[in-house]
Design a protein around this ligand. Structure first.
Ligand code: PLP
Length: 441
């Protein structure tokens, strides 16, 4: 356990997605980060097995990014993003566009994944309206989906604790696909599960219920991360694409986690060979060095919205910090590192070893499922009777205290390391979890 070096007032900060009362009794505080490691305030090093929050894909403290941000803040700290621009906002958009699927190359900048999701949903509505189909307002999400915390994101999202408090204020006209998790058939799948393509057929049922003419878009995470790593069954995403296309419904891939190399490809879209109409991005786009996000949009969608607008502003949406100069500097430096160091190829090369090491946990105590894709693994534990989540929380705490940072959601442990990870470090992470599971009741 790490405690602040000296008395620190913990009372003012209301921490996000945190058990505040518990945390403040036993704070775990980080002080430094470099490469694959954090250093806690008590000085002990912690191997980062989660790339921060799925975002530090190039590893911590990259000098090129530090230099780019420092230079930019000295040169021009801020430029208004409405009705004015700065050159790097265009350069950064081109750099992002180069990594996107063919034709999905119009880039709208945001500051976070939540903002990217809400932006993408708005673009979908604006597009149908511009085409004269303004009655297409219905949005379809998926159970267990995580799309951030804006009202749009929680409405299409499918994680009930994130929704229930706000249930009366969620967007109207939203429906949800079923999630794709079926442990009875798919436990311990390596890569994409064989069973479950048919979960996509539920979209036909939803279309039959509401009629396609009322539906604007379907949004899914190609690989669901935050809910505890749900890998799409074989054929599932292809089927979603075919059904959405057939009915003129836009398909949005929320690639906030899967973008920028997580699966050993530029995007999940590239990895699966399925091209959506819009992609939401954040996290790895700037290696998390400066808050940044983006929506990549099919050219035709962008062009339709612009063409339909009267003179003046075409799309009434944007953020004070869209394409913030520090973010554009960070994004360009980050994308250069990915390319120069071939980190996406590196992730692909490491994936088989990562898969093997993860699946060594299949027979470990409490483990009911191991699942993986690219450099992501989920390890599901049986919940402790009457105390769901407590077992994984204990694994997390023990791992941290013994020098490995993992993540947990409910009783699922998630691993998603920076793409610079070494083979030995992959072995160490899963061995550490195995050792700790032996000690956890
Ligand atoms: C798929 C997905 N979408 C959206 C978000 C929200 O991103 P942010 O926390 O930057 O708003 C996340 C965050 O984990 C995510 O995983």
């Amino acid at each position: 356990m790490t405690r602040p070096a000296q008395a620190l007032d913990l009372s003012h900060l209301w921490m996000p997605f945190t058990a505040n009362r518990k945390f403040k009794q036993q704070p775990r505080l980080l002080a430094k980060a470099k490469g694959m490691y954090y250093t806690a305030v008590d000085g002990h090093e912690v191997l980062d097995a989660t790339a921060g929050l799925w975002c530090v894909n190039a590893g911590h403290g990259r000098q090129e990014i530090i230099d780019a941000i420092s230079k930019q803040t000295a040169q021009m700290d801020y430029a208004p993003s409405f009705q004015l621009g700065h050159e790097d906002s265009f350069r950064a958009a081109s750099a992002v566009a180069r990594l996107m699927p063919e034709g999905v190359d119009r880039i709208f900048f945001t500051n976070s994944g939540s903002e990217s999701v809400d932006t993408a949903l708005k673009i979908a509505l604006a597009y149908h309206r511009a085409r004269g189909e303004g009655q297409r307002t219905r949005l379809i999400g998926r159970e267990r989906g995580y799309h951030g915390v804006g009202f749009g994101g929680i409405s299409v999202g499918g994680i009930s604790p994130n929704r229930k408090t706000f249930s009366s204020s969620l967007l109207p006209g939203v429906d949800h696909l079923p999630h794709t998790h079926d442990l009875s058939r798919n436990a311990h799948s390596r890569g994409q599960p064989a069973y479950g393509e048919h979960f996509a057929d539920e979209l036909e049922r939803i279309v039959a219920l509401h009629d396609a003419s009322t539906i604007a878009a379907v949004i899914v995470e190609p690989l669901a991360g935050s809910t505890g790593v749900l890998v799409p069954p074989k054929g599932y995403l292809e089927k979603l694409r075919a059904i959405t296309e057939k009915h003129g419904i836009l398909l949005i891939f929320d690639e906030v986690i899967t973008g920028f190399g997580r699966l050993g490809a530029k995007t999940a879209s590239e990895f699966f060979g399925v091209t959506p109409d819009l992609l939401t991005l954040a996290k790895g786009i700037s290696n998390a060095s400066v808050p940044a996000g983006a929506v990549a949009v099919k050219r035709e969608i962008h062009d339709t919205i612009l063409a339909a607008a009267a003179d003046g502003i075409e799309f009434f949406h944007g953020y004070t910090y869209s394409a913030h100069p520090l973010a554009t500097a960070a994004m360009m430096a980050t994308l250069e590192i990915y390319e120069r160091d071939q980190l996406f190829e590196r992730a692909k090369g490491l994936s088989p070893l990562f898969e093997n090491e993860a699946h060594k946990l299949e027979d470990a105590r409490h483990v009911i499922d191991v699942r993986n894709l690219g450099l992501v693994a989920g390890i599901e534990l049986t919940p402790r009777p009457g105390a769901p989540g407590a077992r994984a929380a204990e694994v997390f705490a023990k791992c941290f205290d013994q020098g490995v940072m993992v993540r947990y959601t409910g009783d699922i442990i998630a691993i998603s390391p920076p793409l610079i990870i070494e083979e030995e470090q992959i072995r160490l992470i899963f061995q550490k979890i195995a050792d700790i599971l032996k000690t956890v009741e």
